[in-house]
Design a binder for this molecule. Structure first.
Ligand code: ATP
Ligand code: MG
Length: 575
């Protein structure tokens, strides 16, 4: 079962947005400030590897790191590109990461760094470790290294190269750098303890040979530092006080501390681990997201179904909704699964406040109001946002021929169907009560239009305006409608944990075949003719929508459904 840490996803809309409450990381920072541990400084960092686009899990880390810096007077958060693995990295990602962090709502000011800027310093530190007798060049192949490493309960075996002299190590390491050896032929390893119960302390590799160009340093280097080695030193070089990372790095912390202790660096940041965000019905590994993109299973990193920041942005989610979601899930050390319904709830709550209500018919059927005069047009008043009186009202044209939703009519209705069927009455939102008199069919028996009559006294201000009927449906005047395509998105996967559980389970086999439904020929009220992507709308009774920023053009409108009005999955599951 997914656990939703705090709020009930079905709680009433418009509930107050949570503030970033305190959490155990903030408590540690506050305590360090009290004791003066870091001289009262607070310097955090957000260190993405530029090997993919950022996702909603990264947003949690962004809100935490930048949020803590903002909470503390003089606090700073660095944006650091952890670009130590040239084979997977690209400038496209460096650019998208900056755009996405800014869009989520944070600013690193002048503090943008690249781990690759420290390659020279990191090399010098490695030479220092060799001189201290704490690192050695090893000739074991990658497979041999794995075999020698042992298992958690089986001590490892020392490498036969472990006791090379300092001079020999210095010479070999310099030649590794000079490009004398092939990829994988040699590594530089820390000399720690092959019997350590912590596998990460069994002489971990610090440098490996990779004869590939780097997107920033070009062909300057053919040896590249390993993550664990580069990360702690980059933190230290930048004067980071609190190095906040996800729980899987807890077992790497002894190595983080060992490297800084052996090198006696003046700055020794404190590593603090928190639980990463896991979200149901999606995947968040960048490797898997990349597969979806490369295999064209989605339209790109910004496909509105993707859990990426770019995807959520394109879909129409606001940065406020993302920040509220991150505040709501909180920060703990408990590795759980957050129900995606909670994210959807945060999105609805935000849109409920800001979205203008409009009428749109997505799957239209024509209705002729036989007793309504031909050529007559009335401008009826409609409320823009019942949540926000300042949003005011607008006029919506009404005429003899309208469209209603195909699903709002049934020729043979089941019990409790309170919408339109032959002989029944419904109210048209902001307009008249109508009664279905007859159904018109083509030669194949397909319904082509409905003939209805209006109760002319039943509109607002009329003698029977208050007359109650059981159903109210939305509509659009046919003569005034603007056409649009709409894209209805659903969850990308059909199961809670597409990449969880059993070995060998292919997450792609759980892709939801109905995650995108494209509807052409939708009929929108005319106020939407010039809808800009910046505006978010509630299509009454249907969901929240916005014009797609890439594909929507004034003469070819395309709307994305950001989120439905209700959690239809919860209903499905309880059935
Ligand atoms: P992947 O495993 O998909 O490559 P990653 O964790 O390696 O992801 P990074 O670019 O290294 O991705 O992540 C940058 C920062 O964001 C790290 O500090 C990492 O801990 C944090 N982060 C990544 N994923 C999540 C998540 N799901 N929840 C919270 N923080 C995350
Ligand atoms: Mg990483």
């Amino acid at each position: 079962m997914p656990n939703s840490p705090s709020a009930d996803p079905n709680a009433g809309e418009g509930a107050a947005a949570p503030q970033a409450a305190s959490d155990f990381v903030r408590d540690i920072v506050a305590e360090d400030n009290r004791t003066g541990k870091h001289g009262g400084r607070v310097v955090t960092r957000f260190p993405p590897e530029p090997n993919g686009y950022l996702h909603i899990g990264h947003a949690k880390s962004i809100c935490l790191n930048f949020g803590i810096a903002a909470d503390n007077k003089g606090g700073i958060c660095h944006l650091r590109f952890d670009d130590t693995n040239p084979t997977r990295e690209d400038v496209e990602y460096v650019d998208s990461i900056q755009e996405d962090v800014r869009w989520v709502g944070f600013d690193w000011g002048k503090n943008m760094f690249y781990a690759s800027d420290y390659f020279g310093k990191l090399y010098d530190f490695a030479v220092q470790l060799i001189k201290l007798g704490k690192a050695y060049v090893c000739d074991l192949t990658p497979d041999e290294m794995i075999a020698y490493r042992g298992a958690p309960s089986v001590p490892g075996k020392e490498s036969p190269y472990r006791n090379r002299s300092v001079e020999e190590n210095l010479d070999l390491f310099a030649r590794m750098r000079a490009g004398e050896f092939a990829d994988g032929a040699k590594t530089l390893r820390a000399k720690i303890d092959m019997a350590s119960p912590n596998i990460h302390m069994r002489d971990p590799a610090l440098y490996r040979i990779r004869k590939v160009d780097h997107h920033r340093t070009g062909s300057q280097w053919c040896i590249y530092p390993m993550y664990d080695y580069a990360h702690c030193l980059s933190d230290s070089i930048e004067g980071i006080t609190h190095s906040i990372c996800t729980l899987e790095f807890e077992v790497h912390r002894p190595l983080y501390d060992w490297i800084l202790d052996e090198l006696k660096t003046p700055c020794h940041p404190q590593q603090i681990e928190f639980a990463r965000l896991n979200l149901s019905y999606t995947v968040m590994s960048k490797r898997k997201l990349l597969q979806l993109v490369e295999e064209s299973l989605v339209s790109g990193w910004d496909d509105p179904r993707m859990p990426t920041i770019a995807g959520l942005r394109r879909r129409g989610v606001t940065p406020e909704a993302i920040r509220h979601f991150c505040a709501r899930i909180g920060v703990t050390k408990y590795n759980g699964m957050t129900d995606i319904a909670l994210l959807e709830h945060s999105i609805r709550e935000d849109l409920n406040r800001r979205a203008l209500r409009v009428m749109a018919v997505l799957k239209p059927i024509k209705v002729v109001l036989t007793n309504y005069p031909e050529g007559k047009v009335e401008d009826l008043e409609a409320v823009n946002n019942p949540e926000d009186a300042s949003a005011g009202t607008r006029k919506v044209p009404f005429s003899r021929v309208i469209y209603i939703e195909r699903d709002d009519f049934m020729e043979v209705p089941p019990k409790k169907f309170f919408r339109l069927f032959p002989g029944n009455e419904v109210r048209l939102r902001y307009a008249y009560i109508i009664k279905c008199e007859s159904v018109v069919k083509d030669a194949n028996g397909q319904i082509t239009e409905l003939h209805c009559t209006v109760d002319p006294d039943s509109k607002s201000g009329g003698p029977t305006a208050g007359r109650k009927v059981k159903g109210t449906i939305h509509w659009v005047s046919a003569a005034h409608a603007v056409e649009a395509e709409t894209r209805l998105y659903d969850r990308l996967f059909t199961v809670e944990e597409p990449d969880g559980g059993k070995e060998g389970r292919d997450f792609k086999s759980f892709l939801n075949p109905n995650s995108l439904e494209t509807l052409a020929g939708c009929k929108l009220e005319p106020s939407l003719a010039n809808a800009a992507p910046e505006s978010r709308y509630q299509f009454e009774r249907l969901g929240y929508f916005r014009a797609d920023p890439k594909d929507s053009k004034p003469n070819k409108l395309v709307f994305n459904r950001i989120v439905s009005l209700r959690d239809s999955w919860a209903k499905e599951q309880s059935k």
